[in-house]
Design a protein around this ligand. Sequence first.
Ligand SMILES: NC(=O)c1ccc[n+]([C@@H]2O[C@H](COP(=O)([O-])OP(=O)(O)OC[C@H]3O[C@@H](n4cnc5c(N)ncnc54)[C@H](OP(=O)(O)O)[C@@H]3O)[C@@H](O)[C@H]2O)c1
Length: 333
Amino acid sequence: MPQNKAWTLASYPAGWVTEDNFKLVEAPAPTPRDGEVLVKNLWLSLDPYMRGRMSQQKSYVKGVEIGQVMEGQTIGEVLESKHPGFRPGDKVLARLGWQLYGCVRGDGEISKVDANRAPLSYYLGVLGMPGMTAYFGMKEIGQPKAGETVVVSAASGAVGMVVGQLAKIAGCRAVGIAGGREKCDFVVKELGFDACVDYKAGNLYRDLKEACPKGIDVNFENVGGEVLDTILRLMNPFSRIVICGLVSDYNATEPYALKTIRSILVNRIKMQGMIVFDWQKRYGEALRDLGGFIAQGKLKYRESVLEGIERAPQGLIGLLKGQNFGKQLVKLA
Ligand SMILES: NC(=O)c1ccc[n+]([C@@H]2O[C@H](COP(=O)([O-])OP(=O)(O)OC[C@H]3O[C@@H](n4cnc5c(N)ncnc54)[C@H](OP(=O)(O)O)[C@@H]3O)[C@@H](O)[C@H]2O)c1
């Protein structure tokens, strides 16, 4: 049996996550029981939601318990199968977490992915959960119309990249918000957004106003806090806000209190939270459309790859501080 390495949760962080919150555990890889398959993980996705799982606070999904393997989506290869639907060599998407090997039930807990259609890592990003989030958040909640202005925060990240490009495909003006000149240049020059504002430059309101001369019709919000407060001041009457994430608040010990909430009333803004799992039954539709846009060269995508399971904690800590540039992944094999 190969040797497994797994990161477990050692303690709940108070404020920022540190490497001490995790413990690396080694043991022989498990043996599959009837109905299960043994998977060797090739890619691990790191995502901001993981900070929420390292907490006992009530949320839409239960958190990770102390001593449990850290949660996460993985792409792997089947090594041994005791389920008729899978064979050794099949490439699969699963939620095996921060570890090298794991057993999973063949019914409902994993799905095959097609390595000939796209690089395997894409099924954790643009063709995976972040891509689905961008797709359904825009289509079902943002509902952009040609000629409108769409603003997305964390614009160079896994979700933000796709949101802005979907806005362009819909005929909108796409404006990003990102941290630093390098990320903003990438968003405009490589992804084709019309503008991108560096929120770290210190003039967010002035710069965003200049980038959105006709105001904002759709805000796809990934950050919250001061960024959202500033955006609210520029929203148009009858505009829409998709509350997708509030990453600026995830490590805060006190939640940020919005000051400009009056704008929602005055402008009759429709604001809705979204959780991607609500659209699970329609993932096929998103996969078809996003895959089509990639094939047509209309959808570009960037990854930030760390090598080796040992670096997973460092990757999550960096992601929460904006050190990733594109979809954060850990290459395991
Ligand atoms: N609701 C859902 O179903 C769902 C699904 C997927 C993701 N999400 C949410 O979508 C958001 C983006 O996720 P992602 O996977 O695409 O991550 P990501 O954008 O690839 O990475 C996170 C980015 O957030 C930005 N950030 C971190 N701290 C910040 C702060 N204090 N102020 C402003 N920006 C900060 C950083 O970019 P900069 O360097 O530009 O600051 C960082 O690169 C997150 O809020 C996540 O929780 C929600």
